[in-house]
Design a protein around this ligand. Sequence first.
Ligand code: UDH
Ligand code: MN
Length: 353
Amino acid sequence: MFSARTDKQCFFMCLAASQLLFILLLYRRGAASAFRGIFGGSPEWDYSKTQDVYTNLSLFIPDHRTVRAQYCPVSSPILVGPLTITFTETPSLKKIQLKNRYVTSGGYFSPRHCFGRYRTAVIIPHRNRESHLRTLLYYLHPFLQRQQLHYAIFVVHQAGNATFNRAKLLNIGVREALRYDDWDCLILHDVDLVPENDHNLYICDEYYPKHLSSAMDKFQYSLPYWAYFGGVSAVTPDQFMKINGFPNTYWGWGGEDDDIAMRIRLSGLSITRTPLSLGRYKMIPHDRDSGNEENSHRYTQLRNTRKNWRDDGMNSLEFHLLSREKTPLYTNITADIGDAPATPTEATKWRIF
Ligand code: UDH
Ligand code: MN
């Protein structure tokens, strides 16, 4: 009797301990990589051995006489794994163009010897980060070509000096990008984050919004917190519409990514993530920009996301489009998006309080 009870106690204690361990693991490493860690299966990458992102790229793109007869393979045969990324000099636009001669006006590319299986639009919110943009284009174009995607790059430029609004620019980018093509996947991409492994595919998960930048160097290659959704993410147009896009009301730095993570859950979806061993990014070092000061209302706003997300997003998006322009390496969208509400009375209108 005594030993049966001790056995039972021991059983429950062990059960509780193993559950605790499991939760800790999920928290530390992200669900996907924890599962892989436990059950095996994913290659562990050696980031001390890296290759140039342009390695043999032209060899794999035959000349114009080749006819496209079939779809590209499901997994691209020309990936190299960990990439050499350095920020010592900023490449010129001319140099990037010369190295990417099959990219066409507007920053479009389609594999030449097979039909790309996936149509991906990369959308970059931008103001006053020209050198970061050039560095990103230098690495991203060959990265996407290695993945044999049909893709285009859209830069959404905020005009003027009013407070920066990342999420609203992304909403505009999606609305505009969808005018150009029937994209399978929308990649929302900060201008200063460069992917370190070309196996980190820029394609969407069929069911759930996907966080791609799960391991950034500035967070010591781990998630800063469990629900983190900043940096680079991938959503299908359907997923994006289901969450009513992103909020338009977060002016300045911070909070909008947590709002997005919340609206994903509130709309019945959940977040999937690239494993940490693969979702590695280097951030080009920078200080906080002027015009993007910390948003001090963000915690109040986040408390109201549950109430507001259905009314603040794609269905309330208003802006003035100033120009659409196809440059050799990207399509540039310039918009006047207004400014943050100046007074508390106006703030009420913007659902800050
Ligand atoms: N962005 C711009 N221009 C701006 C502000 C932001 O293009 O003036 C875009 C850009 O795509 C950037 C993204 O918005 O990558 C996110 O902004 P961020 O890079 O400023 O965000 P992050 O979390 O900033 O990286 C942290 C700033 C703290 C710097 C502390 C220095 N030690
Ligand atoms: Mn940054």
